[in-house]
Design a protein around this ligand. Sequence first.
Ligand SMILES: [Zn+2]
Length: 456
Amino acid sequence: MFHEDVKLRGLLITNVHTVDGKKGDLGLRDLLLTDGIIAQIAPAGKLALHVTSTKTSYPQEQVSDSHENLLVIDGTGLTAFPGLIDPHVHFRDPGQAEKEDITTGARAAARGGFTSVIMMGNTVPRIDTPDIIRDVINRGKNTGINVYTCANVTKGMEGKELVDMDACIEAGAVLFTDDGLPVRDEAVMRLACEEAAKRGKAISLHEEDSAFVTEAGINAGAIAKEMGLTGASREAEIRMVERDIKIAEETGCAITVQHISAAESVELIRQAVQKAEAAGTKRLIHAEATPHHFSLTEDAVRIHGTCAKMNPPLREERDRLAIIEGLRDNTIDMIATDHAPHTPEEKAREFTKAPSGITGLETSLAYAVKELVQPHILTLPALACKMSYNAALLYGLDAGTIEVGAPADVTLFDMNGTWTFDETVSKSSNTPFLHETLPAPVRYTICGGRVVYRDT
Ligand SMILES: [Zn+2]
């Protein structure tokens, strides 16, 4: 991973269109990042006035003479977001380094503009003990970005016995999830919610009841039928979402419905959110949408085969539109990639034998801009909330805003630029988005005041 010379005292980004989720569109600003924090935010030109040097180290960068060892990035034409946060990534570490590891996963994240990620725990072994949590957090510290981890809800993700929640939180877990699997047993789910609520932690849920899944990764619909399959029914998701909203409300536990896929689930969450709003109580029910679920339908399986196979599956156009509407009216409050690397050999198997999941960190921002911002569904501040601030708030991460004193995590991208996704820096390339020409190229990813990615 690329790191700036550590001797640099700081970074000055000049004349950049600055967008914060919390404070909204700040207009053109100069941002001074020193000692790992955002030290100053000023109207464009105010801080730049003090820079006189023309010593060029990169076409858009200068090293200032008047500010000793200050790297200056000309932000003209660029948009600054708070460093993006992905609350749902699979880095396959420990145990499946042939697919991805923490270092390569973080590299893909940085390229996509992400400065913070939360790893899921369906690894080998599972992330269900304080020792494993400490190990993955420690190794994440060498990547340049903030690598957070979940703890599983149940030991071994077996759905039976809860992990030691206190020990896992103490070790650094920021949320609980058995992602990859639902928590099927209702009594276990209820107990997990009671215990997580006591500790102020959220549970993130893969809502898919296997009783309604014949073959995973493909919608029970027209395309499955063509292929001679039955597929995964929307009922699998709807029923679990319905059950878990009820349990969350009864126990006061915050839950996130991960990678929402069905129009009916969006509506269930909408009603729950509206009910809480009407009662003036805290929002407990949260939801993530992935870029693939708001960009593609089951038709993508025809074109991309196993690179359009994921759990829950891509569904119909009406589902895609419902997810977009859910993002628009804030029923869905987070965008998450579910970055799920698999090897070419695994994805080359016949459809029903290949594993589910696609990568997504490098293309998430581009698809959000393409499908949500350009068609005027989300404003840029609303997108900054869904790709950064809301996850920071829910999971208690010190990130997600551009304000003085906040960590110097900033993503710079070009709203007028285009790029073609021809090469991935992930270990795996199982994505339907390869070779697409897309908007909003990330130009710089800055984490803790250091440049961890730049577009060269
Ligand atoms: Zn999942």
